[in-house]
Design a protein around this ligand. Structure first.
Ligand SMILES: C[S@@+](CC[C@H](N)C(=O)[O-])C[C@H]1O[C@@H](n2cnc3c(N)ncnc32)[C@H](O)[C@@H]1O
Length: 297
């Protein structure tokens, strides 16, 4: 089956969690993100959708939610998340494409998307899918990689970088890796049906020489102090936005979680293969992971 949505950046078989986070010298970025999330997450919620969850690095930070659905296109990332978090009623592991989410409208009251918009060639299409499955009034926390960061500005002004950090065009610096302009992301969010409630700038000191010289506590403390300046100006490499889903959401079908990502018909749910009685497709459930990847069929 072919697809008319943009290609997916493939993490299948990747050791991203180990290579980038655990052994990649990213303790500062991880701690800075933890602080930002604490500041943005609501006091409580029922059902959170984590988009591009990877190996579940952030999932334990969503402890105020009763249930969490982890979505990632890579089954092997979800296997790592499952092994880290364990199988329980609290977690639902779903291999799916963000452009084709297999959930009924308005099912979630919260969502996060961290370090994942980075891989979206069509951010408005992706955010519109996210908006569809969040109930009106739900909270969405989006992290994006900021092209208008101090390092990019400096390089551009010194003539060491061809692309301008000041225009709103996304920059694709490697295949399916995009940095976005903050103003453009605000526009995408608005187009998708989200209202910006709060914005934090994060990882201000993401530079090898600083991370090598300054203690982690000092760096994260300084980052924590600077994060609220994101309300005024965003020149850090990472930006966290807290948004509210506005406008009407379709009413969630009682007791239903899944819909067919191809024809949109309701699926039965339960820990078993999901058979679509409308279009005849079967979506596999194996070892605790639902597989709704359309292009794998
Ligand atoms: C950079 S990793 C971030 C993982 C995690 N959010 C974190 O911060 O540790 C990006 C994740 O997005 C997933 N991803 C990329 N494109 C996707 C898509 N179209 N649908 C679902 N997941 C996608 C990748 O498989 C990968 O696990």
């Amino acid at each position: 089956m072919t697809s008319n949505t943009p290609p997916v950046c493939n993490y299948e078989g990747s050791q991203y969690q180990k290579d980038f986070w655990e052994e990649g010298g990213r303790a500062y970025e991880d701690a800075a993100e933890e602080i930002a999330l604490k500041r943005l997450l609501p006091g409580g919620g029922n059902f959170m959708l984590e988009l591009g969850a990877g190996a579940g690095r952030n999932t334990p930070r969503y402890k105020n939610y009763k249930r969490i659905a982890l979505v990632d296109y890579s089954r092997t990332q979800l296997e790592q998340a499952r092994d880290r978090l364990g199988l329980s009623q609290r977690y639902v592991f779903v291999a799916a494409d963000i452009y084709k989410l297999p959930f009924v409208d308005g099912r979630f009251d919260g969502a996060t998307m961290i370090r994942t918009l980075h891989h979206m060639a069509d951010p408005v299409l992706a955010l519109s899918q996210v908006r569809r499955v969040i109930a009106s009034g739900g909270v969405f926390i989006l992290e994006f990689a900021n092209k208008r960061n101090l390092k990019a500005i400096g390089r551009y002004l010194l003539g060491r970088q061809a692309w301008s950090p000041f225009n709103e065009e996304p920059v694709e610096f490697a295949d399916l890796n995009f940095d976005f302009h903050p103003r453009a992301v605000r526009r995408y969010l608005d187009q998708a049906g989200f209202e910006l409630a709060k914005q934090l700038t994060v990882s201000h000191f993401r530079a090898g020489f600083l991370k090598r010289r300054l203690p982690l506590k000092i760096l994260t403390g300084l980052d924590a102090l600077l994060q609220p300046t994101g309300a005024l100006i965003q020149v850090s490499p990472s930006v966290f936005s807290k948004c509210i889903a506005v406008g009407d959401s379709g009413a969630a079908e009682e007791d239903h979680l899944f819909q067919c990502p191809v024809c949109g018909s309701l699926l039965p749910g339960g820990e078993m293969d999901q058979v679509c009685h409308e279009c005849g497709r079967t979506w596999e459930y194996r070892d605790g992971i639902y597989d709704f990847r359309v292009d794998q069929k």
